[in-house]
Design a protein around this ligand. Structure first.
Ligand SMILES: Nc1nc2c(c(=O)[nH]1)N[C@H]1C(S)=C(S)[C@@H](COP(=O)(O)OP(=O)(O)OC[C@H]3O[C@@H](n4cnc5c(N)ncnc54)[C@H](O)[C@@H]3O)O[C@H]1N2
Ligand code: MOO
Length: 424
C-alpha cells in the first residue's frame, strides 16, 4: 500500500473519526476527579440545606432587637442552645417566641420563630466559654441589632439546578460541589483503556542492551503520556519485528476486555522489516488501514487501522517523532474517548528567543524550552542536521512544542510562534 500524503489536520481528523466517547458509568466522587461528566450535574439537595446561623451568637426575632441601643439595650430570656450538628437534648427544637432568644453557633439550624442572629460580640456576653450553656445564663442583653446573619435555605443552590453540563471536567472543586448537593457518585465516561506496544527487534526491554540493541524508551513515553491523559494503560515493551509476535500482542489487546485504543511505535516507514505497517495492511484481522505520509516533521510516516475493530494508531519509532505524534494525534483521540468537547491541541503565542530553519511544506514541531524572560528556544542538543527525531536530549527540558507552519522556512529571533504547552 502506497502512503497517501496528508496534512496534520487531515490525519488528526481520521484518527478522531476512529474513536468515540467511552460508555458512561457511575463513579464514586473520590475516584471521579480527572474524568469527564457524561451527563449533567444536577443538584439533589439545596445549599444551604436549611436556614442556619452565619455567626456564633443568639437567634432572635428582629422585632425584639430592632430598637436596642447601648444606652437602652434589650434583654431576652434564653430558652435553648443549638450548635452545628447538635441540639440541646432537653429541648430538641427550641422555638423563639417574643422576648426570648436561643444561643446558637455558626452552621446550626435557626430555630422556628427566629429570623436573625445577633453575634455574641454585640451582646453583654462578649465571648463564649467553651462548653454547653451554663445553667446560670438565663438571659442575654443585646445592645445593637446588627444584620440578619442568617444563611437561607437554597440561597446558593436549589434542588434541580443544573450545575455543570455533560463534557465538564470533574475537578476537585466540581467533586466537592457534587458532595454539597447530596451526590455520592457522578456519571462520567469510564477511563479509556489503552494498550501501548513498542515494536523493534533491536529493542531491549530491560535497559541492558547488547550489540546492535537499544533500550526501549517509547513504551515508557507513550504509556506515561496516556496515563497522564486519563487512560488506564497496559504497556507492552520491546515486541520483536515478527508477524507472530505482533499478532499475539494485538490479539491480546483486542481480546476479552478489548482496549479502546491501541498505540504502537516503530515499523511504519519503508523498511523491509516494518512489521506494523505490513500486518496492519495485509492481515484479515485488520480493517480500514491508511498508510499516511503526514506533512509534519518529525512524525511523517503514520499508519491508522483497526485490529479486530479496535482502533490502532501506529506512530513512528524515532522517539521525538513518537512523542510529537502522541501530542498531535493520540492525545486528541484520548480527549474524545474521555468525552471532552474540545479535542484539538490548544496553542498559545510565544516569542522565539533564537532562530532556526524549518522544512518547507511541512508543519515543523519543535520541542522548545521557555527562557527566564518567557521566550522559547529549541530544547536539547541541536546541530541543524536532520529532523532531530532521534535526539532524546530534547525531551528532558522541553516544556512546550513550537508549531511552525508549512509556509515558514526560517524562524528568526523575535518572531511570534505558536506553541503547545506540555504537561507531565
Ligand atoms: N527509506 C525510508 N526510510 C525512512 C523513512 C522514509 O520515508 N523512507 N522515514 C524515516 C522517518 S521520517 C522515520 S520517523 C522513521 C520511522 O521509522 P519506523 O516507524 O519504521 O521506526 P523504526 O524503523 O522501527 O525505528 C526508527 C528508529 O527509532 C528507534 N526506535 C524504534 N522503537 C523505539 C523504541 N521503542 N524506543 C526507542 N527507540 C526506538 C529505532 O531503533 C530506529 O532508530 O523511518 C525513517 N526511515
Ligand atoms: O518523520 Mo521522521 O519522524 O522525521 O524522523
Amino acid at each position: 500500500m502506497q502512503p497517501v500524503s496528508r496534512s496534520v489536520d487531515e490525519h488528526r481528523a481520521s484518527v478522531l473519526a476512529a474513536v468515540g466517547p467511552t460508555p458512561v458509568v457511575d463513579v464514586p466522587l473520590e475516584d471521579s476527579v480527572g474524568m469527564v461528566l457524561g451527563g449533567p450535574l444536577v443538584a439533589r439537595a439545596d445549599v444551604p440545606p436549611f436556614d442556619n446561623a452565619a455567626m456564633d451568637g443568639y437567634a432572635v426575632r428582629t422585632a425584639d432587637v430592632a430598637d436596642a441601643t447601648p444606652e437602652d439595650p434589650c434583654v431576652l430570656r434564653l430558652v435553648g442552645d443549638v450548635s452545628a450538628g447538635r441540639t440541646d437534648p432537653s429541648s430538641a427544637a427550641p422555638v423563639v417566641t417574643p422576648g426570648t432568644a436561643v444561643r446558637i453557633m455558626t452552621g446550626a439550624p435557626v430555630p422556628d420563630g427566629a429570623d436573625a442572629v445577633v453575634p455574641v460580640e454585640r451582646t453583654d456576653t462578649g465571648r463564649f466559654e467553651h462548653g454547653p450553656l451554663d445553667g446560670a445564663d438565663t438571659s442575654v442583653t443585646v445592645r445593637s441589632p446588627g444584620r440578619g446573619h442568617v444563611r437561607h435555605r437554597a440561597e446558593d443552590l436549589t434542588v434541580g439546578d443544573t450545575l455543570a453540563p455533560a463534557g465538564t471536567l470533574v475537578t476537585s472543586r466540581v467533586a466537592s460541589v457534587a458532595a454539597s448537593v447530596g451526590l455520592a457518585s457522578l456519571p462520567v465516561h469510564r477511563r479509556p483503556r489503552v494498550v501501548v506496544i513498542s515494536t523493534g527487534s533491536e529493542l531491549a526491554a530491560d535497559g541492558a542492551p547488547g550489540p546492535g540493541r537499544i533500550p526501549d524508551s517509547n513504551s515508557y513515553l507513550l504509556a506515561a503520556s496516556a496515563r497522564n491523559a486519563g487512560a488506564e494503560v497496559v504497556r507492552r515493551g520491546a515486541v520483536p519485528d515478527t508477524v507472530d509476535a505482533l499478532r499475539a500482542v494485538l490479539d491480546a489487546a483486542a481480546g476479552a476486555t478489548p482496549a479502546d485504543l491501541i498505540i504502537t511505535s516503530g515499523g511504519v516507514s519503508a523498511g523491509a522489516m516494518d512489521v506494523v505497517r505490513h500486518l496492519l495492511t495485509t492481515a484479515d484481522e485488520a480493517t480500514g488501514a491508511t498508510v499516511a505520509a503526514v506533512g509534519m516533521q518529525p512524525g511523517k510516516p503514520q499508519v491508522l487501522a483497526s485490529w479486530r475493530e479496535v482502533p490502532v494508531v501506529a506512530v513512528p519509532g524515532n522517539p521525538v517523532a513518537a512523542f510529537v505524534s502522541f501530542e498531535m494525534f493520540v492525545r486528541p483521540a484520548l480527549r474524545r474517548l474521555r468525552g471532552e468537547p474540545d479535542v484539538a491541541p490548544p496553542t498559545v503565542e510565544r516569542v522565539a528567543g533564537s532562530g532556526w530553519s524549518s522544512p518547507p511544506g511541512r508543519l515543523q514541531v519543535v520541542p522548545v524550552v521557555h527562557e527566564p524572560g518567557g521566550a522559547v528556544r529549541p530544547a536539547g542538543r541541536r546541530d541543524g542536521r536532520g529532523s532531530g527525531a532521534h535526539r532524546v536530549s530534547a525531551l528532558v527540558t522541553a516544556d512546550a512544542l513550537a508549531l511552525i507552519d508549512p509556509d515558514v522556512d526560517e524562524v528568526c529571533p523575535g518572531d511570534t510562534v505558536r506553541v503547545l504547552l506540555l504537561g507531565g
